[in-house]
Ligand binder design. Structure first.
Ligand code: SAM
Length: 408
């Protein structure tokens, strides 16, 4: 397709004048109130070209007529079209970055949406014992939904990805008017291969790409487990919200003698038990399928050497910030009471709206409620396969801090 042909297929969106739009400084989003208006014919996912109020080219991407984010840009080069070559280049660049910043790692987030120049797309890559990559993909927007066939074709032909599942059931899709679609893909029949296996810093981890949560594994935590689990290497350790047990298993492998993984999902608990078995750690690790709140009530105060607390997000949108922050504070306070003086806690939040400053405040208040003093040993976030461009701070969401717990 030539540029002229492309421009015939693209709608033209004009930025309002006199505003300091972030899109002019590298941000990929254009909000509906930043535009002069939207063409009547614009349909969700349509290709667009964004120009400034003087008509100068700003970027090219896709748009949605009914969402707050009206357009997302994929390129700022007027000579580049949104076609196979651009997508392939983005995938090559993203993979090269992972190979540099996550050397030797066999499972990682290959594409982190806007941060990798592919807005609305997530690709998590898993490598099994056969050494061939498989992927779980998420298209969160109508524009990315349209690019699915291209993405799939490139992954199969150019990158020899042997199997892929689209796991498109995010909340964001509903906002875009897209139906859930979890299960289509290639390489393996949906459900015919319920469990996949991947290596995780020397542990063999089984998980369910289909039935499991998110893309099957939480690939944002591996770096934290790698750096923090050596500190969890003795005594009694509680892994709250354990999913398939990775934190608990890392602690056990490091030397913790008595580890309990707690999750309310039966499927996750079954996987956690299997993972303990397959790594020869079943003697140290037990799995309790229960709400963490109930399990905590059975634990004696001051009886744990360490605890990991990695709950689901309590703050889905900005309006839940105050209530969600209170929920974190209450939970963390209950958790901290269970740790012996001199013990350790890994406290995490994946809520985007709870920024680092607020997270610190929550921890300070939780310590007050638990009548203890906390020192931060390691202040970490998401693994390096989840990059955060300075021009796109929205890519940052995870806080994971290792703290030591002392008497007041
Ligand atoms: C963020 S994920 C945990 C990821 C895990 N720590 C890891 O590193 O892979 C949150 C987990 O909490 C579980 N969960 C949610 N609410 C719960 C509750 N009230 N009690 C126990 N588990 C819960 C979910 O089933 C899910 O496995």
């Amino acid at each position: 397709m030539t540029e002229v042909e492309a421009s015939q297929l693209e709608h033209r969106l004009v930025l309002r004048s006199g505003r300091r739009h972030r899109v002019l400084r590298g941000h990929p989003w254009v909000f509906s109130n930043q535009l002069e208006g939207l063409p009547d014919a614009l349909v969700a996912g349509d290709a667009v070209q964004v120009v400034d109020s003087a008509g100068a080219f700003v970027g090219r991407g896709y748009a949605h007529p009914n969402t707050l984010i009206a357009a997302r840009l994929l390129t700022r080069d007027p000579d580049v079209l949104v076609e196979d070559r651009l997508i392939e280049e983005r995938l090559v660049t993203a993979l090269a970055l992972r190979e540099r910043v996550c050397p030797g790692r066999r499972s990682f987030r290959w594409v982190h949406g806007e941060a990798d120049g592919l807005p609305g797309l997530v690709i998590d890559r898993f490598e099994g014992a056969d050494g061939r990559p498989r992927v779980v993909l998420v298209a969160n927007t109508a524009g990315m939904e349209r690019l699915r066939p291209r993405i799939e074709g490139i992954l199969r032909e150019r990158f020899d990805v042997m199997a892929g599942f689209w796991k498109c059931d995010s909340r964001g899709r509903a906002l875009e008017g897209l139906p859930d679609d979890a299960g289509s893909g290639w390489g393996v029949e949906a459900g015919s291969e319920p469990a996949w296996c991947t290596e995780d810093d020397g542990l063999s981890i089984q998980f369910e790409p289909h039935g499991g949560q998110k893309t099957g594994l939480f690939l944002d935590m591996w770096d934290n487990r790698r750096h923090m689990s050596p500190a969890l290497a003795s005594g009694r350790v509680l892994d709250l919200f354990s999913y398939v047990g990775q934190w608990g298993l890392h602690a056990a492998r490091a030397g913790a003698t008595e580890v309990v993984c707690v999750d309310r999902s039966q499927a996750a608990c079954a996987m956690a038990s299997q993972n303990a078995e397959r790594n020869g750690l079943a003697g140290q690790v037990t799995v309790a399928c229960a709400p963490c709140e109930d399990y905590l009530a059975t634990v004696r105060d001051g009886s744990l050497d360490a605890v990991i607390c990695d709950p689901p997000s309590f703050i889905r949108s900005k309006k839940h910030l105050s209530r969600g922050s209170a929920a974190y504070r209450t939970l963390f306070a209950r958790v901290l009471r269970k740790v012996r003086p001199g013990g350790l806690a890994v406290l995490a939040s994946c809520s985007y709206h709870l920024n680092e400053e607020r997270f610190e405040r929550v921890l300070t208040e939780a310590a007050k409620w638990a009548n203890c003093r906390l020192s931060v040993i390691r202040r970490a976030g998401q693994a390096p396969c989840h990059p955060v461009p300075l021009w796109f701070p929205e890519a940052r969401y995870l806080k994971c801090w290792l703290v030591s717990v002392d008497v007041l």
